[in-house]
Design a protein around this ligand. Structure first.
Ligand code: UDP
Ligand code: MG
Length: 159
């Protein structure tokens, strides 16, 4: 049981549907012991998307994945807590929203496997640390007391 950080992101399709604040409200409920320590809104470049998803570069769906992840703004976050990498995966639900359990974020907000609302680091050792470094190279983390409220401010500013 160690304190970890994980990288979570509202994907472009869900962000543009206006689902970010609802998803973050769910994250806060499903991860009551974790805290959000960084949040920003940005459109990933192709280079950033390819680095982020490097492990999937040989998959047939890779070109569409990169197109989708760079199509618009995402809301990138770092969440911190005990076993937060695995707990966030549970909160997200299965990769394919059709297979995701009731009460999970992808069940509620995902449309199909290529539009599944949220990204979360996987549980492979080093994976979350790698993604946190890629997306938040500035490395400044402080607890955000009201992540849903902050997401609403960021989304309104970006609209
Ligand atoms: N993906 C897809 N088709 C597939 C498998 C994955 O479009 O057959 C997309 C899906 O949006 C997923 C992302 O690629 O979220 C990354 O895949 P991964 O296996 O890492 O799933 P995740 O960790 O996001 O659940
Ligand atoms: Mg993954």
């Amino acid at each position: 049981m160690t304190t970890q950080q994980t990288f979570l992101a509202i994907k472009p399709e869900a962000y543009s549907r206006g689902d970010a604040t609802g998803i973050i409200t769910m994250l806060s409920k499903l991860l009551p012991d974790a805290k959000c320590v960084a949040m920003k809104s940005y459109q990933p470049s192709e280079a950033l998307a390819k680095e982020h998803y490097a492990a999937l570069s040989d998959k047939p769906f890779f070109p569409e994945l990169i197109e989708s992840f760079t199509a618009g703004s995402i809301l990138g976050m770092v969440w911190e807590g005990t076993n937060v990498v695995e707990k966030a995966r549970e909160a997200m639900g299965a990769t394919d929203p059709v297979a995701a359990a009731e009460g999970t974020i992808r069940k509620q907000y995902g449309k199909h496997i290529g539009d599944n609302a949220i990204h979360g680091s996987d549980t492979d050792p080093g994976s979350a640390e790698r993604e946190v470094k890629i997306h938040f190279p500035e490395g400044e983390f402080n607890e955000i007391a009201d992540p849903a409220g902050k997401s609403q401010e960021l989304c309104q500013a970006a609209a």
